[in-house]
Structures are given as C-alpha cells and as structure tokens.
Design a protein around this ligand. Structure first.
Ligand code: ADE
Length: 278
C-alpha cells in the first residue's frame, strides 16, 4: 500500500450524532463546504436524529408544562432518553461502545467552548450532541445521560442546534485530513493563543492601498517574522488576555528580540562613530 493510502486507512472517522427536534437544520448547516466534503470523504460522519420520532405520545408531543409553574414548556425525559438509547445501540452495532460515548448538552450554563476543548474532543470516536428547545429539558434525563454541558458564549439562543453546529465545525477541522496539509488545524495561529496576521492577495494596489512591501520581497524568514509581529500587535491590542498567555509561554521570544535590538543599536552606534571619524 502506498504511504498516502496507508495514512488514509490509519485515520479514524469521527462520528457526530445530534439529537434534535430540527434534524434538517443540522444536515443543511453542515452538509456544505469543508464539513460537507469531509463527510463525503468519510473523514467524519454526521447523523441527525429527530427526538420527536421517539415520543410515545399519540399526538407526537415532546414537551409539557414545568411542575411548580413558570413560563414556557420543557422537553420531556422519555423521548430524549429513547433517542439517546437508539443512537447508543446503533454505535454498539458498529463495534464501538455507544453508552460510553460523551454526550454534550448545549446550554448557556455550560463550560465555555474554546479551541483547546475542540482539540480534545477531536480525539473522540463518537460524540453525541443534545440540543434543547423551549425552556430546557427535564433535569432527570440530563442527570442520566449527559457527560458535558457546554456553552458557546454568554448569550441565549432559541435552541442548541446552532451551538452544536458551531462545535462540530470547530472539532471537525481538527480531525486529521479535514483541512489540507498546508493548512492543518493544529498549526493554526489561534492554536497558540494568537490572532491571525493580516493577509493580502492580488492586485498589489487596490483603492490606492499597497500590499506591505515585505510580502513581495521573497524573503521567507522576514515574511514569517513580520507575520508574527503583526499577530502579536493585533493580539496585544484586541485580546490582551490571549497575549498574556502567549507571552508567558514564549518568554525566550522576548529575550531573543531584546538581544537582536541590542545588536542593531550597537551596530548603529559603531556606524555613527565611523561617520564622525571621517
Ligand atoms: N442554548 C441556548 N443558548 C446557548 C448558548 N449560548 N450556548 C450553548 N447552548 C445554548
């Protein structure tokens, strides 16, 4: 087998299973572009399961009033539990352990989603996402099946579908092979706590704005240095919290930079002295 084919067969597929009342939203949201191609290439798989298909109610109802009163309706435990069990059993039939798969409940009360979490979850074979609607889900089924509660930000959405799609997109791009080799998710600048540097394409001048000269120089090392400087400047200005993290982990960068600046200062001084002696 060629190296390339061997590498492909060594790759494991990451399977996403989404328990939702709106399966089409999930299929359409993730069926295009990079995630769509990753599904077609078998690098990830996506299954959207309609919780309503599992209700035992003859009117297909999945929600009811909360005990104790209060606004809105709650998703009931039974259809959620049975949908989860069906997914777990189908994973079992594929030779993996369905009941051991992590179940992520999307809620504003959860732990904040971040790149480190995406990287960690990309190592799992199966991930089950539970999308709530209405005022939430009966606590008893959450206690029984949920392993992780995750929020994508401090705001309240109408349901868990968009957060699940956000998470699946971020996790999928960390799965080996989903992005091209030249742009692996692991080497992304955000992965090392820095924001992206500015990028430019043709033409060289647009609306009287020039592409920075250094990018046209062909000097790869200088270009890389410039990009890092730009990333650092942006991160320091826009996300001082991330800058602090990077600075802590890359102290040697500042030592090397200080040394470089000192050498340049000495050289300038020597040249000025030579000029004076002339
Ligand atoms: N459901 C509603 N709002 C949410 C949020 N911000 N994050 C995750 N799940 C949610």
């Amino acid at each position: 087998m060629s190296d390339r084919r061997q590498e492909r067969s060594d790759r494991r597929c990451t399977s996403f299973h989404v328990l939702t009342l709106f399966p089409e939203m999930i299929r359409q949201g993730l069926g295009e572009s990079i995630t769509g191609r990753a599904i077609a290439r078998g690098l990830i798989s996506l299954e959207a399961v309609n919780i309503r298909d599992y209700t035992l109610d003859k009117h297909k109802k999945v929600d009811d009033y909360p005990y104790g009163g209060g606004a809105g309706m709650l998703m009931q435990a039974q259809p959620v539990y049975d949908a989860w069990r069906a997914v777990a059993e189908s994973i079992d039939r594929q030779g993996r352990r369905g009941s051991a798969a992590r179940v992520i409940y999307l809620t504003p009360q959860g732990a904040a989603f971040c790149q480190d979490m995406a990287r960690e979850l990309a190592g799992e074979e199966d991930l089950i996402f539970l999308c709530g609607h209405y005022e939430g889900i009966d606590e008893r089924v959450l206690e029984e099946i949920v392993t992780d509660q995750v929020s994508i930000g401090d705001y309240v959405l109408t349901g868990g579908e968009l957060p699940a799609m956000v998470m699946i997109d971020a996790i999928a791009r960390m799965v080996p092979g989903v992005l091209s080799n030249a742009r692996s998710g692991e080497t992304e600048s955000f992965g090392n706590h820095l924001l992206e540097y500015p990028q430019y394409s043709r033409p060289e001048i647009w609306h009287e704005r020039r592409v920075p000269q250094i990018l046209l120089s062909g000097n790869h090392q200088k270009v890389e240095e410039w990009r890092l400087e730009q990333s650092l400047e942006r991160t320091g200005r826009l996300r001082p919290d991330l800058y602090e993290k990077w600075a802590e982990e890359n102290q040697e960068y500042f030592i090397r930079k200080a040394k470089r600046q000192e050498r340049a200062r000495r050289k300038m001084l020597r040249n000025a002295q030579k000029e004076q002696q002339k």
